[in-house]
Design a protein around this ligand. Sequence first.
Ligand code: SAM
Length: 257
Amino acid sequence: THFGYKEVPIVEKENLVKGVFSSVASSYDVMNDAMSFGIHRLWKDDFVSTLDPGNDIVGVKTKCIDVAGGTGDIALRILDWAREKHADRDLSVDVVDINPDMLEEGRRRFRQTITTNILPGRQCTRPGEGQFPSNTYDLYTIAFGIRNCTSVPDVLSEAYRVLKPGGTFACLEFSRVSNPLLAQAYDTYSFSIIPLLGSIIASDRASYQYLVESIRRFPPQEEFSNMIKAAGFQISRKGGWRDLWGGIACVHTGVKV
Ligand code: SAM
């Protein structure tokens, strides 16, 4: 156990997660909308706009990596934001995901976006042994992905390694709701409605049950922030996280020093 985070043997957990996302890949985007009433879109917009990726100086090539990028929601938003807000067409995003089915769903959306590399691969198993060189990226994003990874501390040290000094780590993830009334409503919704929607829309109750349980097992805001700090990142004085919707989701950031 690391910071109260229970580690599952690598192969066992990766196979489980791979299976879950293979079986949901084709219905993944539909399910996201159905489960969150489309709110995940607002959270992703908020996540990317606050990071404000892109550079106004012509010729500066900002390099981003979006890990557990799935069907490309975050990468597309980063590219759009850089182009629309900074007229930056030089920014690139490497999209990494362990699951080829998810990437394939995303690939169709990227056809016109030449600056994006889609890289099948795993992040996070053993730091330093990844397919990505050290000190490479200005921005590392991981959205709704870290809680599925085998070892959260390994993901964080791998993120630290691949970022340039001064680069930003940013994570969007489900987190802990502190208001007891909201928490109760949210629990009822997650444990009964989400698996039901999973069986109706995706014919896959078990995978969605797993997703709900994985949210509850993930460390709460402060504990996760301490893990980010322990990986070497500098955290803002305000604690390094920002709750969205009372903590249903949360954005954590850290800067490589
Ligand atoms: N970031 C996308 C989004 O916000 O829509 C996708 C999130 S999806 C809930 C989680 C993704 O993490 C899946 O596509 C899964 O294949 C990927 N994943 C799980 N374990 C991984 C690992 N060890 N390395 C890379 N990707 C992984």
